[in-house]
Design a protein around this ligand. Structure first.
Ligand code: NAG
Length: 199
């Protein structure tokens, strides 16, 4: 009798441990106790990742909130994946704009060598940026290689983007869609980076 009483206590201790420990442990990083808004704060808080002088926290929150999938991400890994996907779609749109401009401007391109050279540089930059984002997506989603993902995301907004930025500056070409696109490459890669850094 006593033995079975003790064993039932041990059993219930064991069971309560089984059921209580996992949620308590996950709550510290990815659990349901953390609201979507708090996760977005993590994505837009860029300590040590970007220059706080040029980082627009409020814009970051606003952009991430505008995407329902991103805004309702239940945990950090999913948030990273959704930001990267949102970024890929945005960056693809800018890339399409660049490609369309190249085709449109080809006719009179003899008169606009500066524009032509800039569009070519930006086309190449955006191709590289998309490759880096796709790599980061696979690293987070399939391999859980978060550190490698942060490296690819950094590459996207530095080396990959530089060719386009430098061409626009040196050729004195102004294209508000590309300039705005470049800003969002920076926003998406930095925000995804901020999340991956916490994983
Ligand atoms: C990229 O995302 C931003 C923020 O949501 C938006 O303002 C912009 O129009 C998007 N660009 C493209 C080309 O989709």
């Amino acid at each position: 009798m006593a033995a079975s009483f003790i064993s039932s206590i041990l059993m219930s201790l064991f069971l309560s441990h089984l059921f209580l420990v996992p949620p308590a442990a996950t709550a510290t990083t990815t659990g349901p106790s953390r609201s979507g808004g708090q996760l977005l704060k993590i994505a837009c808080t860029i300590d040590g990742i970007a220059d706080p002088k040029t980082w627009d926290y409020n814009l970051c929150i606003k952009v991430l909130k505008s995407n329902p999938k991103v805004a309702s991400s239940p945990n950090l890994p999913t948030l990273a994946i959704n930001i990267i996907k949102f970024g890929i779609s945005n960056i693809t749109n800018t890339h399409t704009h660049i490609k369309n401009s190249q085709e449109r401007k080809n006719v009179g391109s003899a008169h606009r060598p500066a524009l032509k050279a800039s569009l070519k540089a930006c086309d190449e930059s955006y191709e590289l940026i998309l490759i880096s984002f796709q790599s980061a997506l696979g690293e987070v989603k399939d391999d859980k290689e978060y550190e490698t993902a942060t490296y690819d995301l950094l590459l996207a907004r530095t080396d990959d983007l530089d060719g386009c930025k430098k061409a626009l500056a040196s050729k004195k070409v102004e294209d508000s869609s590309i300039s705005s696109g470049n800003k969002f490459v920076n926003l998406f890669s930095t925000a995804a980076d901020a999340v991956c850094t916490r994983l």
